[in-house]
Write a protein that binds this ligand. Sequence first.
Ligand code: GLU
Length: 550
Amino acid sequence: MNYDCKALANLLFPDVTKTVEDLEIKYPERDLKEGARVTRFAPSPTGYLHIGGLFGALVDVLTAKATGGISYLRIEDTDKKREIDDGVSAIINGFDSFGIGFDEGVTGFNEEKGAYGPYTQSQRAGIYHIVAKALVESGLAYPCFCTAEELTELRATQEKDGALITGYFGKYAKCRDLTLEQIEENLKENKPYVLRFRSNGSEDKRIMFEDMIRGKIEMPENVIDEVLLKSDGIPTYHFAHACDDHFMRTTHVIRGEEWISSVPKHIALFKACGFKVPKYAHTPQVMKIDEEDGTKRKLSKRKDPEAAVSYFVEQGFPKESLIEYLLTLLNSNFEDWRRANPTADIYSFPFNLKKMSPSGCLFDLVKLNDISKNVISVMKADTVYELVSEWAKKYDEDFYKVFTKDKAFSTEMVNIDRESNKPRKDIAKWEEVKDYFSYMFNEYYVPQFELPENIEMEDAKAVLAEYIKVYDTNDDKDTWFNKIKELCSPLGFTPNVKEYKQNPENFKGHVGDVSTVIRLAVTGRKNTPDLYTIMKLLGKDEVIKRLSSI
Ligand code: GLU
C-alpha cells in the first residue's frame, strides 16, 4: 500500500476507540486445568434442530465434560436470510428435550450466562469492528467498492483466462490497490463497500493442519481476499468465527465437515489477527439409505422427517434412547462400555474425539428402536407412567385423559412383566403405548376373535364356556394356571405340550392353544404380556363380559 493505514482505519471506523488489547483483557484466557477443552456449538437460529446438530452438540458437550472443560452455545445470526422469528427457542427447546446442557452461552430468548458474552453474534458488532479496525491499521484489510456487476465481470474474466482459482484475489482484486484519495472519494460519494482481507497467501504454497478426527490434512494456502465485513458492517461467518472463537477462548472448534475446505482461510485469518489457531475437528455427516434408490445420502430437512430432532420428541422416544443411540455412532466402543456399565450416566463415558470415524455415519432407525426398547425395559413403572403422561398430554390429549384417569391402574399396567430378569422389550416410543395396551381400556378395546388355523371355532367356544364356570378373579397365579390346564383333557386338548408334540393327532391342541383362546377372548390379541395380571387388572366383570361375548 501506498498510504497511511492508520489514517484509513480512522476513516473507516471513526467511532471505534477500544483496541484488541482491551478485548484481550476483557476476555482473558480461561483458568482451566491442563488439557481442559473449551468447545462450542454454534447454530444459526433457523428454528430447526437437525439430528446432525444434536450429534455435533453431543460431541461438544462430551469433549468438554471428559476433559473438565467448558462447552457453550453461541448463536450465529449474521445471515438474516436464514433466520426466523425466535428461532433460538426452538433450538434451546430441542436441546432441553434431550437433556443436553451447555455450561455457558445462550440459554433462552435474550438470555445467556457466562463471562465471555455476548454469545449472540448480532450483539457483537462492537467486537468485530475493533478487530477489523486493527486489521486495517496493519494493512491486512481494505475496503472494496466493487459492485455485483463488477464481480460478475471478474468471474467471467477468470473463466476466460482459465484461472484455476476463482474469486477476489491477486491481480483480479481491483480495490486492493486503491489510493487513500480514491477511497476517500468513494466514501464521500457514499458508495457501499465491503471490508476485505488482504491475503498474503501464495498460489503455489500448501498448508498442513491436524484435524482431531481426520488426522493430517494438506491443502493449498488461501489466496482469496475474503470479505470480512459486509456492506452493512455485519461480519461474514469466516471473520466472526476467528473473532468469536478467539475471544470466547475456544480450544477445539468442532463443526460439520462442510467447513473443512474453509480451514486455510480461517488459519490465515487467525494468524493475521494475531490469534492462536484453535484445534479443529470436523464431524462426519449423518446419512441414511435412500428408500427409493438405495444410495447413501445426507439426511435431508426437506425429505426426511427424522432429520428434525422434534420428530423424536413427537414420537415419544425417551431422551436417553436417542442420546444412547447417537453415542453408538460417535464412538464404536460405547456399546462395550454400556454393557460393562449398564446404569452409568452417559456423561461418565470416556468420550474420545480421536475414536470418531471420519466417514458419514448411517442413521439406523431400526437400531434406534432396539436401543430404545432396552432403555424403556429397564425403567421403573412410575417413570414410565410419568413419561407416557407427559408425552400424551402434549401429543395425544385423548389418550392422556384415558391413561391418567386411574394412575394406580395405568402404573400397574405398564409394570406387567417389568420387574423381572428378562423384562419385555416391546415398546420403543411412547406413541406405541396406546395401541400396545389398547385392550386395557374400554375406550380403545376392539373385540377380535381370529383363531389360529389349528383351532376350530366350536372348540374355542367350548373352552370359553367351561372357563367362565371356573374363572375366579381371586385365584393366585398357580391356581389360575392350573384351572386352564384342567380344562384341557375334558375338551380334547392336553395340558402337556410334550405329549402333544409326540402325538399331535391324538389331541385338538395343547394348553398353549387353550390359553390362546382365552387370551384372544379377553384382549383380542394372540400375544400379550402376562395374561394373569391383565385379567386381574381388568377385573371380574369386564373379563366375564369379554369371555361371554364370543
Ligand atoms: N453457524 C454455522 C452453521 O450453522 C456453524 C459452523 C461452526 O460451528 O463453526 O453452519
